[in-house]
Design a protein around this ligand. Structure first.
Ligand SMILES: Cc1ncc(COP(=O)(O)O)c(C=O)c1O
Length: 380
């Protein structure tokens, strides 16, 4: 099957009892056994559920992986990956990760004896320098939220192999449509399926995809033991969303390029970060490892925070909202919204200034998105 066919069809068969073309929502907590010790593959929905299993197999196939393990949120998926480690272990992590990730690492996991070093993973030499005898995992986000930094996955793979590290990549921004990290030797791919994968701002979810049986077994064990699982209905909604993933991503990408170019040429805009622009510091790497750049852009206005606030308060079509990756264009102020809990000093050191604006470009007509930004920029 070619990629776009997989997106629509992989592992989805008409229901054998009824012919239903869309998998049923198996809204059940438990399952009747044929006899003691003999079930039909399902015994309790925390451990496994047929609707969830179809989603896990569908997304694993699209990502080019053998195993998919779904969770109730992207954060629950990330939490589960970190449970591969034990007290005393050390993680080298991208410095511009989603604020919820660093909040979790620094305020929860550090209490359990894990330690983290944040480095600019677009600079392999910095990663090498940060590795100690205790390092057990590389945690990469590419492109990053919100600065859209891109990490060279091949270069990082060499480091992970040399030092025998778990190699994990949060690929939420790229989706398997534009980047398939497993092809670069990555052990674990994570997505917040809340975003592009489900695509319609309708649910919260996450998934881990891997080719390694040992990791899959460990993650399945965590999934059933801790129980941070998505509901059958959310799995079903995600399956519906995935059917148009490829089409949506092409449109997000086309619109993203138009909006990024518009912003870059606007006199009130100081800088734009979008991997598809030749001005992006890792544009060449992005071009090499990704087949599209998507719809995420961050930018800063010349008037700093007050101009940024004026812009965000004056958009009409673009929605001022947390989150990203849905069909509607959404605009966010990372300093007070998605990254509010990153300490100010650390935030500024990361280049995440008070004036930074993040836009998740939707699939509306690009003329309308640009028109809205134009009128709001006039007031900024
Ligand atoms: C890159 C990235 N990873 C993970 C998450 C967490 O996902 P969720 O909100 O589904 O828990 C987010 C949320 O914004 C994100 O942007």
């Amino acid at each position: 099957m070619k990629f776009d066919t997989k997106v629509v069809r992989a592992k989805i068969k008409p229901d054998s009892d009824t012919g239903a073309i869309i998998p049923p929502i198996y809204q059940t907590a438990t399952y009747v056994l044929d006899e003691v010790g003999k079930d039909k593959g399902f015994d309790y929905t925390r451990s496994a559920n047929p609707t969830r299993q179809i989603l896990e197999e569908n997304l694993a196939a699209i990502e080019g992986g053998k195993y998919g393990i779904c969770f109730a949120s992207g954060m629950a998926a990330i939490d589960s990956c970190l449970k591969l480690l034990k007290s005393g272990d050390h993680v080298v992590c991208s410095d511009d990760v989603y604020g919820g990730v660093s909040r979790y690492f620094n305020n929860v996991l550090n209490k359990y004896g894990l330690s983290f070093t944040y480095v600019d993973t677009s600079r392999p030499e910095k990663v090498r320098k940060a590795i100690t005898l205790k390092t057990k995992m590389l945690w990469i986000e590419t492109p990053t939220n919100p600065l859209l930094k891109v990490t060279d996955l091949k270069a990082m793979g060499k480091i992970a192999k040399k030092y025998n590290l778990y190699y994990a990549v949060d690929s939420t921004f790229a989706t398997p449509v534009f980047l398939r990290p497993l092809e670069f030797g990555v052990d674990i791919v994570v997505h917040s399926t809340t975003k592009y994968i489900s695509g319609h701002n309708q649910l919260i979810g996450g998934i881990i995809i891997t080719n390694r049986q040992d990791i899959s077994k460990a993650m399945k064990f965590i999934q059933k033991t801790i129980g941070a699982v998505p509901s059958p209905f959310d799995c079903w909604l995600t399956l519906l969303g995935v059917k148009t993933l490829s089409l949506r991503m092409q449109r997000h990408d086309a619109n993203g390029r138009i909006v990024a170019e518009f912003l870059e040429n606007h006199p009130k805009v100081a800088r734009v970060s979008y991997p598809g622009l030749s001005s992006h510091p890792q544009h060449q790497i992005a071009k090499k490892q990704m087949s599209g750049f998507g719809g995420m852009i961050s930018f800063e206005l010349k008037g700093g925070i007050s101009a940024g606030k004026h812009l965000m308060n004056n958009v009409k079509l673009c929605l001022l909202a947390e989150s990203l990756g849905a069909v509607e264009t959404m605009i966010t102020h990372p300093a007070t919204m998605t990254h509010a809990e990153v300490p100010k000093k650390e935030r500024l050191a990361r280049g995440l200034t008070d004036g930074l604006v993040r836009i998740s470009v939707g699939i509306e007509d690009p003329d309308d998105i640009v028109k809205d930004l134009k009128q709001a920029l006039k007031k900024a």
